[in-house]
Design a protein around this ligand. Sequence first.
Ligand code: PHE
Length: 459
Amino acid sequence: MSTTENRAEFGSTLGFILSAAGSAVGLGNIWKFPGKAYACGGGAFLIIYLIIVAVVGTSVMMAEFTIGRKTHKNAVGAIRELNAKWSWVGGLGILTGFIILCYYCQVGGWAMYYIVGYITDVQTVWADPMAYFLGMLGANGFPLAALIWGLVFLFLTAFIISHGTAGIEKMSTILMPILFILLIGLMIRACTLPGADEGLGYMLHVDFSTINTTAILTALGQAFFSLSLGMGVMITYASYLSSDDNLVSNTAIVCTLDTLVALFAGFMIIPAVFATGIAPGMGGGFAFATLAGVFMAIPGGQFVGMLFYFLLFFAAITSSTSILEGTVSFLVEEKGMERKKTLVMVSIVLYIVGVLYTLSQAYMNIPGYWISINGIEVTIFGNMLEYLTDRLLLPLGAFLTTFFVGWIWGTNNSIDEATGYGRNKFALAKPYAFIVKYIDPIAIGAIIIAGMVFGMSIS
Ligand code: PHE
C-alpha cells in the first residue's frame, strides 16, 4: 500500500483486514478497556459496551469504509469530494488523532520499558509491581525512563511512516495471531489464580445501578477509540480497497476481532486485580503492574511476560502508525508540505505534548496540581487529553460522520458502495440505513450533551 499518485490497492482482503485490525487492536483494548470496565461497574459496563459496538460501532465503521472506498482519498479529501462544505469534519479527525498520538506514544514507550524490564531485571519488577510501575513514571524523581522510551516509540513510529508500512503489515500476519492465542492462555491462567473468582464475578455480575451518564459516555468513547473510529483512519484505510472487496464481511470481522481482544484483556486483567490486590488507579497501570501477578504464577513467566510486552508494543505501533500516517498524509496531500520535514515537525510537537503528559502522571499526586472542571478533577496534560478525545472529539467525529452519511451524502449511496453496487449481499442494509440516519446521531448527540449538562465523575 502506498500514497502515490496512482493509489495502490491492498493486495488481498487479508492484507486489508490485518491493517484495519492492526489499527484497531492496540493499547485501547489491552491497557484502556480493562481499566474502564473496572471503574464503571464490570458486567453492566460490558453489556453496554457490547451493545454500543454492535449497533453504533459497526454502523460508524461501515459509514467510514464506504466513504473511503467510494472516493479513494484521505479523510479530508474524501469528504470534500462528496460534499465540499463538509471537509472540515475530516480535519477535525486529524486533530483528534494528533492529540491521541501525543499520549499514545508515551504509553507505547511503557510497553518497551517493560520488555527491557522483563529481560534484564524481572526480580525487581516482581518484587513490588506497583512500585516498579510508579518508579517508571517518576515516583522517585524525574520520570526519565518513561520519557526516553516514549521518545524511542515515537521515533520508531515516525521511522516506519517514512520507510513504508509494508514490513509491519507482513509481520502482522504472524504476530497478531500469536497475540490472540497468548491472550487466551493468559486469560485462562488469570481466571484460575486463587482469588480470581471474585474478579470473574465482578465482570459477570450485571448491576445496572452502576450505569450513569459517565459510564455510557465512557463506553461510547472507548468503543470509538478501540475501533479506531471518529477520526478518519478507517476512511483512509478503505480508500486503498478495490471494488471487489466485501465491506460487509470486513466490517464484521474487524469489529469482532477488536472486541474479542478487549474482552480477553478484560477477563485476564480484572480477575488478576482481585487475585493480586494490585488495582492501579489513575495513571492506569492495568496492563503493567497488575499482570506481574499472572506472569509470576506461570512457568517461564519471565519469557511469557517479555513476549506479552513485545506483542503489546507491536499492537501499539500498528495503531500509532495508522494515526501518524493520517496526520502526515493530510499535511502533505492537502497542504502541500514536504513529507520528511512534516514528519520531523509533527514528531517534535507530539513529543513536547507527550512529555507534558508523562510529567502529569508523575506529579499528579502533588496537592494543587489538579484543577476542577465541571466537578471532575483533571490534570491539564494528563487525563484531560484523554477526556477531550474520548469523551468529546471522537464521539463528535462519529456523530458528524453518521450525520454526513445519513443526511448529506445519503444512505442509499453508502449502501450501494457497501454492496459493491450489488456484487455482495448486505442483509442488514435497511437497519443500517435507519441506524446511521437516526439512532447514531441522536444517541451519540444526546450522550455528548448529557455528559456536558450533567457533569461527569472521574473514571
Ligand atoms: N484503536 C487503537 C487502539 O485501540 C487506537 C486508535 C485510535 C488508532 C484511533 C487509530 C485511531 O489502541
